[in-house]
Design a protein around this ligand. Structure first.
Ligand code: CTP
Length: 398
């Protein structure tokens, strides 16, 4: 996610500094090169030895020692992002007023890269009018603030002021500074999960789709720079990135309507939802009682979203659908390409072990309009999604 990115991590004196160790670890795990600059007071909270071992770089604290001088200008120029986490109330105030009495502040004042800060302090300090003013000043100087969280505070109180969690800070950096831009300005629509078709006030007809594949595809598109909306049925998935839009629906009809609204504007559409093909002809207004030995349900067809999008597809729009087959897989997949006017059909076979509904892995074959196809080996849904998005990028020649 952050391969080859250079992150300068600034650490100031706050109890939350213990989280900086994890933060440095996560940044490195994501492929970043990390250098650390700390204030003298931060050393009381976290050991430079731990950080230098983790980052494989010398931790910088002082502007000069007897025989050397830290080049603060070059440090600020080396970094792609200068991340100060945690940012204490004291350093915040100094940054807001342009003070320069330590190396971290000298680097801040001379850095040319984006500066991102994750404040951490007690709730009463966070709410103090001077803190609010200082935060506004930092924003005005063009710095980016990662919002504090709510939870247990060092004072023993519960409230606002916690530093954002290290995982969330890493995601924030990626989303805001390091997303690829190959799909920039492209709008993508992905459907995910099952649809639930109501039977009576307490029951529905549904299926086992987890939504994992749809969410993984949406994330892969977003990582490449697309503006992504997921139209999702009822799932337990949560979106990884804040910037992904979600439209929550329940029934096939609601999913159809949500997709139709987005269709005109969409450049890439992937129908990964397991949409009910049939729904109860009538929804009972009261709970159906078990007073008959047999119960026959009349089902009627739902609208086929993929086929409708295909029928009104404009030039430049790319449409992909899924096929879940148990026999004559290739033939059915090719048939779906034609009948639904799709550009790509991703074939899941129920015969493959560890693939499909509920699994974290999948194994698919991808068929294109020109009858070419690619078999993707069993891999995590995340990896499969990334490979599918690469194939789409090749096809749309961006
Ligand atoms: N699909 C859809 N709207 C529906 C039903 C399905 O958009 N009402 C989409 C699915 O999201 C998937 C593709 O159509 O991308 C294939 O769905 P599938 O159920 O496998 O095929 P069907 O077209 O329904 O045909 P059949 O069940 O006969 O195989």
């Amino acid at each position: 996610m952050l391969k080859g990115k250079k992150i300068l991590l600034g650490i100031t004196a706050s109890i939350a500094a213990y989280k900086s160790i994890l933060l440095a670890r996560f940044l490195i795990k994501e492929g970043a090169e990390v250098k650390v600059v700390m204030t003298q007071a931060a050393i009381d909270f976290v050991s430079p030895l731990v950080l230098s071992t983790l980052t494989n770089n010398k931790v910088l604290v002082d502007i000069s020692s007897k025989d050397s001088w830290a080049n603060h200008v070059m440090l600020g120029r080396w970094a792609d992002v200068f991340l100060i986490a945690p940012l204490s109330c004291n350093t915040l105030a100094k940054m807001a007023h342009g003070q320069c009495d330590n190396l971290l502040l000298a680097v801040y004042l001379s850095s040319t890269c984006p500066v991102v800060v994750a404040p951490a302090m007690d709730e009463d300090m966070w709410y103090h009018p001077s803190t609010k003013k200082n935060i506004i000043a930092l924003k005005e100087y063009g710095n980016t603030i990662i919002n504090v969280g709510t939870g247990d505070l060092a004072s023993g109180l519960f409230g606002e002021g916690r530093m954002a969690e290290p995982e969330d800070i890493v995601l924030f950096l990626f989303e805001n500074f390091f997303r690829e831009n190959v799909l920039k300005n492209k709008k993508a629509l992905v459907t995910a999960g099952p649809t639930y078709e109501q039977l009576d006030p307490v029951r529905f007809v549904g299926n086992h789709s987890s939504g994992k594949m749809g969410f993984a595809l949406a994330e892969a598109l977003y990582e490449k720079g697309a503006d992504v909306t997921i139209v999702s049925g009822t799932v337990y998935q949560t979106k990884k990135y804040k910037g992904i839009n979600i439209s929550k629906v329940e029934t096939a009809e609601e999913m159809y309507n949500a997709c139709m609204q987005l269709h005109e504007e969409s450049d890439i559409e992937i129908m990964a939802a397991a949409v009910a093909d049939y729904k109860p002809a009538e929804i009972a207004s009261e709970k159906i009682k078990k007073n008959q030995t047999e119960l026959t349900l009349q089902l009627i067809k739902t609208k086929d979203i993929l086929a409708t999008l295909g029928a009104s597809k404009k030039s430049g729009q790319f449409l992909a659908g899924f096929a879940l087959e148990t026999n004559n897989e290739k033939e059915h997949a090719l048939n779906k390409l034609k009948t639904k006017n799709a550009d790509m059909i991703i074939l899941n076979s129920l015969k493959d072990t560890n693939a499909g509904f509920g699994f974290d892995t999948n194994k698919v074959s991808v068929f294109f309009k020109d009858e070419s196809s690619v078999d993707l080996e069993l891999a995590s849904k995340k990896e499969i999604a990334q490979q599918i998005v690469e194939l789409i990028i090749q096809k749309i020649h961006v």
